[in-house]
Design a protein around this ligand. Structure first.
Ligand SMILES: N[C@@H](CCC(=O)N[C@@H](CS)C(=O)NCC(=O)O)C(=O)O
Length: 202
């Protein structure tokens, strides 16, 4: 039995989406951050970081959202990893680029704009983040020129992991109009039945 800890509106979100893509039944265990459920001794036993997501598959335990998605794909839907070693490498490339390059500025701005009350916002963090995002989105937009997906001819974890970050642009009111290829890519991905199911979980 697969169990995912955390809410779909957190870093766990991309794992919920991946679970919908692989089509396996799973149990969702939301944690109450206000009650510090994520710092409870029972939860720290499965994730000593005290963060979400964590996924268990019977007695196997794994944390870090990108690693969880690679585990799920490898175990239950290998075609999400690409069709050969080269595609597999590129799927990792885009997933790691997403989490290490694109996510920090987007999440930096997101935390300030969504969680920090206006009077306590650090505009310096927001400005720095907003200045970094265009160059990163240009890399993604250029990579999508003439292509429907990032790797090969089909949807892979590269698209899922990267799109799960880019889609936060709407929450931080970052205008994507200048990035036509990204807009088309996101629109196409958002038509996926698994994505729609994941969206309904919010
Ligand atoms: N790199 C981790 C990030 C996990 C993370 O930062 N999760 C946040 C929620 S989005 C969390 O659990 N925060 C609680 C805390 O830091 O105490 C991943 O992608 O799984």
């Amino acid at each position: 039995m697969i169990t995912i800890y955390g809410s779909p509106r957190s870093s766990s979100g991309r794992c919920f989406w991946c679970l919908e893509e692989i089509g396996k039944t799973y149990e969702a265990k939301p944690l109450n951050f206000k009650e510090k459920d994520h710092k409870s001794p029972a939860y720290l036993k499965i994730n000593p970081n005290g963060k979400v997501p964590t996924l268990t598959d019977d007695d196997f335990v794994i944390w870090e959202s990108i690693a969880i998605n690679f585990y799920l794909a490898e175990t239950y839907k290998p075609e999400l990893l690409g069709l050969d070693n080269k595609q597999h490498g590129l799927v990792q490339q885009w997933s790691l680029w997403g989490i290490t390059e694109l996510q920090p500025p987007i999440i930096g701005a997101f935390i300030q704009l969504v969680f920090v009350p206006e009077e306590r916002r650090d505009n310096g963090i927001i400005e720095k983040a907003m200045a970094k995002i265009p160059g990163l989105l240009k890399v993604l937009n250029d990579a999508l020129e003439g292509k429907s997906y990032l790797v090969g001819d089909d949807f892979t974890l590269a698209d899922l992991n990267a799109a799960s970050i880019v889609s936060l642009c709407s929450e931080i009111k970052f205008d994507l109009t200048a990035y036509k290829n990204i807009q088309i890519w996101l629109a196409q991905i958002s038509e996926r039945p698994a994505f729609k199911k994941y969206q309904k979980l919010h």
